[in-house]
Design a binder for this molecule. Sequence first.
Ligand SMILES: [Fe+2]
Ligand SMILES: [Fe+2]
Length: 193
Amino acid sequence: MTEPYTDREDTEADVVDELSSDHREALALLDRLANSTDADQRRDLADTVIAEVVRHAVAEEMYVYPAMREHVPDGDQAVEHDIEEHKQLEGTMKQLEAVDPSEPRFDSLVREMTEQLRHHAYDEETEQFPRLRERIPRDELVRMREKVETAKKLAPTRPHPSAPNSELFHKLAGPGVGMVDRLRDRLTHRSTA
Ligand SMILES: [Fe+2]
Ligand SMILES: [Fe+2]
């Protein structure tokens, strides 16, 4: 049963607002990355955007996929499609985390990741998110946004351009250990604990 919306809920961001703004922020980071010529900054920006996108993908998988499967016609197919795209993105990010910013390969991986993320954002924002808003009551979408926010706060320390915690993050994630996998494991584990 859909409850009538309250004024307060109408002004609150819902999960679609939150995830759409993640897309914009990640694309903005990639844009800064593509325009940066400083090797340290490029490494920091790359690690930051990788961490952001992993957190975003895990949050979607935990909270959006079940809702799509439950409420949206052909939701299972849409989820399978999105899982495939997350895998492709993560494949690119795993390569990017391991390549030195001075190598030409780094730039082509940044371009590849940008294309994949644009595509991911377009699919979700034009097809899947509108369907969620059609089918799911707004108060539930607002609660989903709160869960997504909480999951992100549980995320491990992450690097930030010029921030001192960058070094800590690298120790935490372990150099050469596979940042994407480590982040994903930690997020999934900590958020469901
Ligand atoms: Fe997604
Ligand atoms: Fe997304």
